[in-house]
Design a protein around this ligand. Structure first.
Ligand code: URA
Length: 237
């Protein structure tokens, strides 16, 4: 069924480019195709599918060799809020989704504290396969996965990008940054083609080890809540 729809969609897209539909339809009062959310959504889903396949086909990668599953993303691909963690742990590796273990449960609670659900955001990681023994991904591994992460951000095109922990911070903002100093500040940055407002905060796994830092994470969460309202980002409950 999905195959059939994809085939039809591909044909339709080819047909539109063949007739140069922008030129043909631009002068019409109603342009049904241009405003069609189905058409737009389809292309975003297609892009994500392509990206997922590219990552699935990575060759000679020790992370991939040692992992059970690819951990691509979770949440709403149309969300304007994107969260980036470090890398999958054992639970994530088993289930194939990011932040489903203990750190994920804390993340869910943190989101709930500002009236967000994981269905309202889009979540991924710096690397998409579990580093053995839950170690941090190496520089080389991060570099290898960075082009995929940049593409991922471009496809989702978030207005708010939340970096959880030092690995995400150093990957996106720069390796000189220290999470305790860089957290709780907004930066505007272009990632690939996507200009977005970025904030870093403590990783939930760190907060489980250092619960006294939760008060700082709460400050960051309140800043995120304020930004959502300033940017008029709609949250569907
Ligand atoms: N920690 C992360 O950084 N990502 C996950 O998906 C789970 C735990």
């Amino acid at each position: 069924m999905t195959k059939k729809i994809n085939y039809k969609l591909t044909k339709l897209i080819k047909y539109y480019s063949l007739i140069n539909y922008n030129l043909v339809y631009d002068n019409l009062a109603i342009n049904r195709y241009k405003n069609s959310t189905f058409y737009k959504q389809g292309s975003k889903e297609e892009e994500l599918k392509k990206l997922k396949n590219l990552i699935k086909n990575i060759k000679n990668c020790d992370l991939k060799k040692n992992a059970k599953n690819l951990v691509f993303a979770d949440g709403d691909s149309n969300s304007k809020i994107m969260i980036i963690g470090e890398g999958p742990g054992a639970n994530e590796d088993k289930e194939g989704y990011p932040f489903v273990g203990r750190a994920g449960q804390l993340l869910d609670k943190m989101l709930l504290a500002i009236n967000l659900d994981r269905k309202n955001v889009y979540i991924t990681n710096v690397v998409n396969y579990r580093p053995p023994e839950n170690r941090k991904p190496s520089e080389e591994e991060i570099k290898r996965y960075l082009p995929y992460l940049v593409k991922h951000i471009e496809i989702i095109s978030p207005k708010i990008l939340i970096l959880l922990g030092s690995t995400a911070l150093n990957t996106i903002i720069g390796d000189k940054e220290v999470i305790s100093k860089a957290r709780g500040k907004w930066t505007q940055k272009k990632i690939g083609k996507c200009l977005t407002s970025i904030i870093a905060s403590f990783h939930p796994a760190f907060l489980m080890r250092q619960p006294d830092q939760k008060k700082m994470a709460w400050i960051d969460l309140k800043m995120i809540k304020k930004k959502i309202s300033e940017l008029k980002i709609k949250i569907e409950n």
